[in-house]
Design a protein around this ligand. Structure first.
Ligand code: GTP
Ligand code: MG
Length: 205
């Protein structure tokens, strides 16, 4: 049996890096455009309905939310703690310019300077796989990512795609990870991959 998440709980919210928990435990951050399904994916992965608040109204997540997540390895029974971090979405327009700027600044500071981040999970809407803002974010992370950190692209809402469209994404990007929170597709595979990367230290795919 694959390692599974057996427990998850809310830890704390931070509005800037100084308020985040002491560095130490490996962190997995979920980032992406507003409404792409970050909070929903956190719930899917942890097998919980409402651990992270999801909403059809973009801009739901406004703070850096920390969750303590416990993986259990079946063969050994050994448990491993990780922190999952749910970030506010970018590209959310309905806030004032100055607030947007403040957000962006503290988010940038957070993702650049937090050395305990082991894995960046960048969520992209499978229906819009070529959004320029997502390409920019990918390039941006590529510039500062350290040798002990990994970047993973995950395409969400695969349930909204026809088989043909899924095929097209896979042709363009062989090995692309597609998930559906609605149909719970691709979730177990990702659950395991996160463990293998962060706990087992397998090379970044
Ligand atoms: P912000 O917190 O605003 O940045 O959004 P978020 O990225 O956390 O998105 P959230 O998880 O709140 O989901 C946004 C909307 O998309 C909700 O209405 C979800 O039900 C829906 N949604 C999330 N994942 C999926 C999916 O895989 N398939 C479908 N069809 N809908 C999804
Ligand atoms: Mg959210």
């Amino acid at each position: 049996m694959a390692p599974r998440i057996v427990d998850a709980s809310f830890l704390t919210s931070a509005s800037k890096i100084g308020e985040a928990p002491a560095e130490g435990i490996g962190e997995v951050v979920f980032l992406g455009r507003s409404n792409v399904g970050k909070s929903s994916l956190l719930n899917s992965l942890t097998h919980r309905k409402n651990l992270a608040k999801s909403s059809s109204t973009p801009g739901k997540t406004r703070l850096i939310n920390y969750f303590d997540v416990v993986y259990k390895e079946d063969e050994t029974g050994e448990k491993y703690h990780l922190h999952f971090v749910d970030l506010p979405g970018f590209g959310y327009a309905k806030v004032s310019k100055s607030m947007k700027y403040e957000w962006q600044k503290s988010l940038n500071e957070f993702i650049r300077n937090r050395r305990t981040i082991r894995l960046f999970v960048h969520l992209r809407d499978a229906r819009h796989p070529h959004e320029p803002i997502d390409d920019e974010v990918k390039a941006y992370i590529g510039k500062f990512i350290g040798p002990d950190q990994c970047y993973l692209e995950v395409f969400t809402k695969s349930d909204k795609l026809k088989q043909k469209e899924i095929g097209q994404i896979l042709r363009e990007r062989p090995g692309a990870i597609l998930i559906s929170n609605l149909k719970k597709r691709g979730i177990e595979k990702l659950e395991r991959l996160v463990f293998d990367i962060v706990v087992k230290g397998i090379p970044c795919p």
